[in-house]
Design a protein around this ligand. Sequence first.
Ligand SMILES: Cc1ncc(COP(=O)(O)O)c(C=O)c1O
Length: 402
Amino acid sequence: MKTKDLLTVATQFGSPVYVYDANRIEAQYKRLTKAFKKVKHLKIHYAVKALSNISVLKILNNMGSAMDTVSIQEVRLALEAGVQPQDIIYTPNGVSLEEIERAVGLGVQINIDNLSILEQFGTKHPTIPVCIRINPHVMAGGNTNISVGHIDSKFGISIHQLPLVKRIVDNTGMKINGIHMHTGSDILDIDVFLYASEILFEAANHFVDLEFIDFGSGFKVPYKEGDVETNVEELGEKLSRRFNEFCKNYGRELTLAFEPGKFLVSEAGKFLVKVNVVKQTTSTVFAQVDSGFNHLIRPMLYGSQHEISNISNPSGKDRFYSVVGYICETDTFANNRRIAEISEGDILAFSNAGAYCFSMASNYNSRYRPAEVLWYNEKAHLIRKRETFDDIIRNQVPLELS
Ligand SMILES: Cc1ncc(COP(=O)(O)O)c(C=O)c1O
């Protein structure tokens, strides 16, 4: 998408607004599948939690992507987008057996990540094949919130508990058709992936009915020019070779699965906001925009550094700004950032706004969640309306004062 297209979107749909470029999503999907072209059966499950608009799911499904879901609602969204149940994996954490049984009722692949549910599920439903999520105890990921494969993490069944898994499987007669791990997000070092994969291969040898091995995700994407990213091509080369070798020894052609969120949609997204006020204080110049952590929480939650450009004045002289929101709490998007000179009314574009941005938005301060627009076939398509006051009060039940 060009700058002029972004400005058109801001004019046509107002601000704040999320815009996603379908071509960019497609390019990332193709890049990943190409990197693993030497594997006979590859299945990419897009991690719906990253960006769950059904039009985006449709685009990905149309390219051949399967879906990774973590809640029954995400399963329903994927089905709503036309994804076949057999192309949906359901990987919840800490949910009730009842919710898992509802997912079974919808016909999707179940992934279980604790021994208690595994035993209950296997006892009640021994004929339904399940995948198990292994925690390989590998420290990986960009920060503690998104590192989920280490020893203190709540995710997965410890690799050291494999004998207990085996006992449950043998006692219930259940079938394990898949084995899975996800060690974290923003993993830069492919050796971490390869190391954790060896642990998974070792575990896989304990199960005779496997159909797939799911290596999770965590590919790091660049946040600015020259930024480091996971070398998926090198990973594809090395892991494919090792996977094919494993399958030969295992005696069956398994499917290699991944479940990327950020890799597929992060760079496709821009978040457009309008500058309400330029405020010079004794210490800085604030650019106050018509948004806040209610719409984009990643800088405050994870310290993420989203690039910000002034698309109304792209060739303006650079100055230093602190970009903040309008929420009645500190909501700093960027501190002391070099940006082309900003005037009130200018439109700023945040980069890497496709993953975990809209999907983490809230109504804090009783603000509306933004509209979402998809740039598809060289045209802007509204794929979610901006909320209105009706959305804010829809589920409130006014008290009848006595
Ligand atoms: C189980 C699981 N799979 C996949 C993902 C997607 O990770 P990423 O967006 O880093 O690709 C996540 C992210 O939290 C996850 O928890």
